[in-house]
Design a protein around this ligand. Sequence first.
Ligand code: GLU
Length: 314
Amino acid sequence: MYIGRFAPSPTGPLHAGSLVAALASWLDARAADGRWLVRIEDVDTPRCAPDAPERILAQLADCHLLPDAPPLYQSTRGDRYQQALDELLAQGLAYPCGCTRRDIDAALAARGITHERHHERPYPGTCRQGLNGKRARAWRFHTEKFMSNWHQGQYPKAQAAPFSIVDFRLSWRDRRLGPQSQDVAQDVGDFVLRRADGLWAYQLAVVVDDADQGVNHIVRGEDLADNTPRQMLLQAALRLPSPRYLHTPLLLAADGEKLSKQHGAPALDTSAPLRVLAAAARVLGLPPYPGAAGVCEALAWWVRAWQGTYNRAP
Ligand code: GLU
């Protein structure tokens, strides 16, 4: 049974860009006769707006995008994330890290690597051998240890996974973008599982929740595509199945940047749902709905147009 989801971060109400991901995941689930879930990704509490979940759910309902189960809130799931972290710690695949940003920059600079603003700092692994008297701040994934376990064949179930690893490079196929690859050790290094402020990292929360909810198809914006390898490593390490992935086109602002709340995207006005859905459908490359009738008819029409667009077979 196909199970898909839309997983908004409630930093504010939906904007035109987030509706594209919502519509794509809904269409893909409906086209497969599957289930469609909504998960409120409210782990990053300081960035969350208290009324955003309700507003998002109301906007989706205005657009007739109705989840098949009550939404799951990540803020209720701390125990499960802790369990997953404990499992990784027990395998030696996670370790505490006492480095501040400044420590990380200094360690990178000592190796001649300068860090570009707004770019991920690939962690140089300073605390892998121990904290050296520092206080544990964050918990990180031990990418090299995972890779060495993988190459020794320690993840039998994962060997049938929809990705392959050569040295540190993970390759996978996206349903829309085709073959993708990333050198996880070089590009992201030992990524964070639990942050220095005690909050759970997106990578860990998303993997645990997708697995617990039985999600086997992930449809989301293309800006998240380069998170996929990290999530696949965690799935393998926790012996969870890997879903299939489809990363959709993004709605771009006039300057070519991704439309986002930080970019000043206004809240989506869903009082004329057909109009906003038509705009989202256009971003997805779907033909315009030829009728003038209601939202349900238009959605059913787009489901048929979507069918067969992106192959679901592995
Ligand atoms: N919560 C993430 C976001 O709003 C999406 C997570 C996902 O779809 O994996 O950007």
